[in-house]
Design a protein around this ligand. Structure first.
Ligand code: PDD
Length: 281
């Protein structure tokens, strides 16, 4: 696979980053994942805008213009012949020559920029979408700036491991009694014609897929209610689903061992998935 590192397209085995890189030592990095369907990048502009916001919030310099980033995305998709898959992008605060908590001067320590592709043939026809996924609930003990897409993913990966151990696929995190989001996705329940999802704040990542899904839901005459919901309310919902760049809209059929409806993906969640895939491609 060809990857991109600091201005160069390289074979993945030749792309090397310093041991002093601040993402390696301190998770001082931000990232984006953009999906590719039929060779086309899905919602690049949304991901570029959120990347800029993450950089601004952390006062981290941008490695180059967003237009240049788009070109790198396209070139990597082309070089690796990606039909369906993902492009991962990471910007870090660079590699000063030592370990230090304070931030280095961006003049002498430029950001590190890494991009690579993941080939996932048939990404949109995942069998999981036909069966639906199972989630468990866990406490949300992450930091309080979840709106910034940082590379601090230890707790989300612990959450996925807890889910796996429990025979489930993912975990929904709970804070002060209310669901925040999934480990790497936004969480929704459906009651009647109403899609309920937590409102945007620093408590959750502002999903690019979420924005599109809510827009499409309204266009399809579904009602959207942005508010907190508890896990008990979720267990009594008609349907549930998650959204992310890599899963699109994925129906949830079980929460903490409680089956939703008849245990198969709900019609509204499936309809939203279909609309999302149709409209974004
Ligand atoms: N995760 N919430 C969290 C905590 C996430 O990590 C993600 C994305 C989302 C959904 O955002 P979007 O719709 O923009 O992908 C919500 C990516 C896919 C990942 O970490 O792989």
């Amino acid at each position: 696979r060809t990857v991109f590192l600091n201005g160069e397209y390289l074979p993945e085995t030749e792309a090397k980053v310093s041991i002093f890189d601040r993402a390696f030592l301190m998770a001082d990095g931000v990232y984006e994942v953009t999906s590719v369907l039929g060779g086309k990048l899905i919602d690049f502009d949304g991901h570029a805008r959120r990347l800029q916001r993450s950089l601004d919030e952390l006062q981290m310099p941008a490695p180059c213009s967003m237009d240049a980033l788009l070109e790198i995305h396209r070139e990597l998709v082309r070089l690796n012949g990606i039909e369906d898959g993902l492009v991962y992008l990471q910007v870090t605060r660079g590699a000063p020559g030592d370990r230090d908590f304070t931030w280095p001067d961006p003049e002498t320590c430029p950001p590190t920029l890494v991009l690579f592709t993941q080939n996932k043939p048939g990404l949109a026809d995942s069998p999981a979408a036909k069966a639906g996924i199972k989630v468990i609930s866990i406490e949300d003990i992450r930091w309080h700036r979840r709106d910034i897409k940082t590379t601090q993913l230890l707790y989300p990966s612990m959450g996925k491991m807890m889910a796996k151990k429990a025979g489930a696929d993912d975990a929904w995190m709970i804070e002060d009694g209310f669901v925040t989001e999934g480990t790497s996705n936004n969480a929704y329940i459906i009651k009647g014609n109403k899609i309920i999802t937590r409102a945007l704040s620093n408590d959750i990542l502002h999903g690019i897929t979420r924005a599109a899904v809510l827009r499409f839901a309204q266009e399809a005459q579904m009602e959207v209610e942005e508010r907190n919901f508890t896990i008990d309310e979720a267990k009594e919902a008609d349907e549930a689903f998650i959204s992310s760049a890599s899963m699109f809209v994925m129906p949830v059929v079980e929460i903490d061992g409680v089956t939703l409806g008849d245990g198969t993906p709900g019609t509204r969640a499936l309809r939203l998935r279909e609309i999302y895939l149709d409209e974004s491609r």
